[in-house]
Write a protein that binds this ligand. Structure first.
Ligand code: UTP
Length: 292
């Protein structure tokens, strides 16, 4: 089974990130020195995928531009002998083949994925990565699902454990554990009330999926669910009941860049990994943490 493309929906309004995201797509906000979405595309590249399908809207062209050449800027950096920066800027334009599709109405994540139908419908399976969800670690994230679906032929989705009082923020999955960290999905509910998660589960769906094109039949027939949006979770559950689906615990660290505390933690995490600023940042943070 070949998985060649990844769909990255980036067309949402990003209300949780306002006012920062008023005129800048939330996926372009920086995490240390790179925009959020670059980390997501880099994970796709690490998984061996080069064809990236952005589901975008009229105000998000900065995202496509980021993955294109900026000849003027490159010429300036070249003249100034800023070789390292020139390399970094150039490399972003070379990293992926970008395909863009407009989602003209923001009707939800499920609807955003449906927009990719014509581009991926003839593929054996394709990836989906949510544009503000970051996963880091060796062999962590999309690649875990690609292996699982390639081995079993079944669609697979990424999950992680969340505290019981946070189940109402996620799609929650219940299932039978067939091997460590791998579950055969038996139930799925989008943002259940606290205490009402299926089978008391705290396994939350995170923004990584490897799906077969059958998902489009379910999305096309979907009716608006939670929040009046076409929910991917509802279509996933129908697909799981009819054909089977695996949920796989994601390794590594995960940050939801659409949430401020997580966004800021991701910034600190990446900055602390850079030797050039680690010590200064560390002592400044220690000072601040003593006071606040
Ligand atoms: P979110 O749940 O983060 O929604 O969507 P959002 O609208 O972007 O942000 P908030 O909740 O208002 O702050 C998850 C992903 O799905 C995309 C978003 O861009 C994000 O990457 N999405 C969501 C779409 O592409 N289209 C939609 O209609 C909704």
């Amino acid at each position: 089974m070949k998985i060649r493309k990844v769909v990255i929906p980036v067309a949402g309004w990003g209300t949780r990130s306002l006012p920062a995201s008023k005129n800048i797509p939330k996926e372009m906000l920086p995490i240390y020195n790179k925009p959020v979405v670059q980390y997501v595309v880099e994970e796709a590249i690490r998984s061996g995928i080069k064809d990236v399908v952005f589901i975008t809207n009229r105000d998000k062209s900065a995202i496509e531009d980021h993955f294109d050449y900026n000849h003027q800027l490159e010429a300036v950096l070249d003249r100034a002998n800023k070789t390292e920066l020139l390399g970094a800027v150039h490399a972003v334009a070379e990293m992926a083949n970008i395909i863009s599709i407009r989602q003209k109405k923001q009707l939800g994540l499920g609807h955003a994925v449906l927009m990719a139908k014509e581009v991926v419908r003839y593929d054996d399976a394709f990836g989906i990565m949510v544009g503000d969800d970051l996963i880091f670690g060796e062999d962590a994230g999309l690649v875990q699902l690609m292996k699982m679906t390639a081995e079993t032929g079944l669609p697979s989705i990424g999950i992680m454990e969340v505290p019981d009082d946070k189940v109402n923020r996620y799609g929650i999955v219940a299932g039978e554990e067939t091997s460590p960290g791998v579950y055969k999905v038996t139930d799925m509910v989008e943002k259940p009330e606290i205490g009402k998660a299926p089978k008391g589960s705290n396994l939350a769906i995170v923004g990584r999926y490897v799906l077969t094109p059958e998902i489009f039949d379910y999305l096309e027939n979907a009716t608006p669910g939670h929040g009046g949006e076409i929910q991917l979770t509802d279509a996933l559950f129908s697909l799981a009941k009819d054909k089977g689906m695996l949920a796989v615990k994601m390794k590594g660290h995960r940050f939801d860049a659409g949430d401020w505390a997580e966004y800021l933690s991701a910034n600190i995490y990446f900055a602390l990994k850079d030797k050039a600023i680690r010590d200064g940042l560390h002592s400044r943070l220690t000072e601040l943490l003593k006071k606040y």
